[in-house]
Design a binder for this molecule. Structure first.
Ligand code: ATP
Ligand code: MG
Length: 400
């Protein structure tokens, strides 16, 4: 007897009171997209659990998907059988036989009170059946290696044995949208991932500077964006031509303030894009003290140009911990491909680690960047990634 269902337990969203329905619907939609490669699966979302009918699709493959999607606390492969004693006995035995260990217990729940046998009686019937049809297993009701759970519901009985942890978090899309400033580096994709974990839907913005940066650098960022779609939903990536702005900074601003001013320009452009796209915040991969632009003074000076919230999920994390996450989410190998992004190329030899607002404002007041910023936004290209179904044909430029 093979597993035919998967039972999903919701994460934190069960605490959400009136919004619960909305959260469950989002999770259902996200699951539907994530299961695109398993077209025969059927999803049934209920108040307390979600069920996936495998319909012949691989239990292992669908389990792997469930490990990636935010909003799932845990899940179990399940056998669904009719509400009939012999069928339940057979399935409980099949479930135990799939497990390894020495001790077990059976826990029956009977929300369907019209089923004629009580939970307590079912525990005894099933326990006896398992003991007399297996070898080496004994009952331990306090700390069993395996708990065979039997849930007799109205429509059918579900039998599960092992439980796998999900990623937790909230379904992507339940916490609104944010604009992720995404370089090709290690940090920003991890920052995006952590924001998604709290239910944030992402749009991403990338600044590139052709011909100083190559097509491959851009490709890196597209590959990273696509990787992130595995955690739920679509990602829209905006690519901004940044060469003109960078050259002007390079030419007309003091070299040691180039980095600070470049970051301010990035935030200004990001705000223009966020405003047009109805996005209320931005995300960066900054971590306090990691590099010159990430000191308290730098953030104070850079952040001055926007009053949008700038979320920094990595702010207190060590680089090694960030690298661990990037390996876990499979972005690390893409991030370390050796193609420079716009910052590395124009980076000053000795960037200011304690840039001051007054100074930068004085420098910027002598040079007008308005037209360059507008041209950068006008030249933006947008690409949409929707899981593995991304195609270049989705590229379009006429958003505004
Ligand atoms: P990352 O690993 O994300 O590149 P980093 O440690 O290299 O980060 P910086 O280069 O100082 O740090 O960049 C800080 C943040 O600024 C990045 O995490 C990202 O959010 C944003 N950023 C930097 N370069 C770009 C770019 N070319 N396009 C979009 N955002 C960028
Ligand atoms: Mg970087």
């Amino acid at each position: 007897m093979e597993y035919n269902h998967l039972l999903i337990r919701y994460g934190e969203l069960v605490l959400k009171g009136k919004n619960k329905k909305h959260f469950i619907q989002k999770l259902e939609n996200n699951m539907r997209k994530a299961l695109i490669d398993f077209p025969n699966t059927k999803i049934q979302a209920k108040r307390d659990h979600m069920y996936i009918l495998l319909n012949g699709e691989s239990a292992e493959g669908v389990s792997d998907v469930c490990k990636q999607v935010f909003g799932i606390h845990s899940f179990s492969l399940a056998l669904k059988v009719e509400n009939e004693k012999e069928a339940i006995k057979e399935a409980a035995l099949a479930a135990l036989e799939k497990e390894s260990g020495q001790t077990f217990k059976v826990t029956t729940k009977r929300p369907n009170k019209s089923f004629p046998i009580s939970s307590q009686e079912m525990n005894q019937i099933l326990g006896g059946h398992l003991l007399s049809n297996t070898e080496g297993w004994v009952v331990n009701v306090h700390k069993p290696d395996v708990e065979v759970r039997v849930e007799i519901r109205k429509d059918a009985t579900y039998i599960t044995s092992s439980k796998t942890a999900g990623k937790g978090g909230m379904p992507v899309g339940t916490a609104g949208k944010s604009l992720l400033l995404m370089s090709g580096g290690i940090d920003s994709p991890v920052a995006g991932y952590l924001a998604m974990k709290r239910g944030v839907e992402l749009e991403a913005i990338h600044f590139h500077s052709p011909p100083f940066t190559s097509e491959r650098a851009r490709q890196k960022v597209e590959d990273l964006a696509e990787k992130l779609t595995r955690f739920g939903g679509k990602i829209t990536l905006h690519i901004i031509p940044f060469t003109e702005v960078q050259q002007k900074i390079h030419k007309e601003m003091p070299e040691n303030y180039g980095m600070t001013i470049m970051r301010r320009m990035m935030l200004r452009i990001s705000e223009m894009v966020a405003e047009k796209r109805d996005i209320l915040s931005m995300i960066t991969g900054e971590s306090l003290g990691q590099v010159a632009s990430q000191t308290m003074e730098s953030m104070h000076t850079i952040n001055e140009v926007t009053n949008y919230p700038v979320l920094r999920p990595l702010i207190s994390m060590d680089k090694l911990d960030i690298i661990d996450i990037s390996k876990e989410i499979d972005t690390y190998e893409i991030s370390i491909r050796p193609y420079e992004d716009c910052c590395t190329i124009f980076v000053p030899k000795q960037p200011k680690t304690k840039p001051r607002r007054e100074k930068v404002n004085a420098f910027e007041s002598n040079v007008d960047f308005t037209e360059e910023l507008q041209r950068a936004v006008d030249g933006m290209e947008t690409v949409e990634f929707e899981g593995s179904r991304f195609s270049k044909a989705d590229v379009y430029n006429d958003l505004f």
